[in-house]
Design a protein around this ligand. Structure first.
Ligand SMILES: Nc1ncnc2c1ncn2[C@@H]1O[C@H](COP(=O)(O)OP(=O)(O)OP(=O)(O)O)[C@@H](O)[C@H]1O
Ligand SMILES: O=C(O)C1=C[C@@H](O)[C@@H](O)[C@H](O)C1
Length: 295
């Protein structure tokens, strides 16, 4: 079966977007939105190269890009134990993945790039960041500047074009922009591959973003005020609008669940490699379940 058409998109009654045939979206955590709303009222707790060419630049629609792939060849460090588990899990997942692309979705700062690079390395896939591809396609070096010079709508149009072009390719790990999930058409593109939602509590997101500043994230940026407080408030508002869209992903990787299984509730201590291992485990169980249903 063609890897690009295996996850065929079919219309879902009553929904503006499409889901792949027979694939349930990631399980929606029923009480999650309510919990996030409640949390918002609490006092703030401050606190491996590809095996064959998959370069999207050579793909039809991205031919015009001046860029090379974004940081796909950087080495990522993890412990020997983690390296072994990552390698084993990657070997388990690869045959089921069948060359399909993997799209990481999630809020700004959820670790799509950090975790995506680890997954790409161990699977031997190429890593791409869709924000960077948009910057290169538009010829403007930052998303913040694209928003400023043009508009968010202009950025979104280009984002959709990039995702469309990527959707005809194989063996890519794509870190998508945090808002890529809001356009139904983008799901049609992304669901030709496997979609993974990195679900990170807003407090952790706001901490990470405050640590590096909001200048590169136009939807969060404000000149004045405490960066954590501002980021937290804006992330809360965005999450309320986007929660259902993120939950469309085939697989949900919840940092709260990982921490719970580790016997604590501090998601801030979870390493990117532990999250990548969880993502591979979830991918494997999703893909093997699908394979069993097909047989
Ligand atoms: N598990 C983690 N623990 C602590 N910090 C992390 C973790 N994963 C990522 N980070 C940090 O959080 C920030 C955001 O990570 P990253 O760029 O990977 O997220 P992203 O989802 O790609 O963000 P964006 O969509 O805004 O580009 C970075 O500073 C990164 O170093
Ligand atoms: O969450 C969002 O809407 C965004 C996230 C970033 O990755 C960029 O795509 C842009 O800043 C918008």
């Amino acid at each position: 079966m063609d890897a690009g058409t295996c996850f065929r998109a079919t219309p879902r009654a009553g929904a503006g977007h499409r889901t792949p045939q027979g694939f349930p979206p990631a399980r929606v955590p029923a009480a999650r939105l309510a919990a996030e709303k409640k949390a918002a009222q609490r006092p703030l707790a401050l606190g491996l190269g590809s095996r064959r060419s998959t370069d999207p630049i050579r793909g039809a629609g991205l031919k015009g890009l001046r860029c090379r792939k974004s940081s796909g060849t950087e080495k990522v460090n993890y412990s020997a134990d983690e390296a072994l588990i990552l390698k084993q899990k990657a070997e388990d997942v690869l045959p089921y993945l069948n060359d399909r692309c993997v799209y990481l979705v999630g809020m700004m700062g959820s670790g799509k790039t950090t975790v995506g690079k680890i997954i790409a390395e161990v699977l031997g896939y190429s890593f791409f960041d869709s924000d960077k591809l948009v910057e290169q396609a538009v010829g403007i070096p930052s998303v913040a500047e694209i928003f400023q010079v043009h508009s968010e709508a202009f950025f979104r149009d280009n984002e959709s074009e990039v995702l469309r072009d990527l959707s005809s390719m194989h063996r890519l790990i794509v870190a998508t922009g945090g808002g890529a999930v809001i356009r139904p058409i983008n799901w049609n593109y992304m669901k030709k591959g496997l979609t993974i939602w990195l679900d990170v509590p807003l407090d952790a997101l706001a901490r990470r973003i405050a640590a590096v500043g909001t200048a590169s994230r136009p939807l969060l940026h404000q000149e004045s005020g405490d960066p954590y407080t501002k980021a937290y408030a804006k992330l809360t508002a965005l999450m309320e609008k986007r929660m259902d869209s993120y939950a469309n992903a085939h697989v949900r990787v919840s940092l709260e669940d990982i921490a719970f299984r580790q016997g604590h509730d501090d998601v801030n201590v979870l390493t990117p490699s532990a999250i990548a291992i969880e993502a591979l485990l979830k991918m494997e169980s999703f893909l093997t379940e699908k394979a069993m249903v097909r047989n």
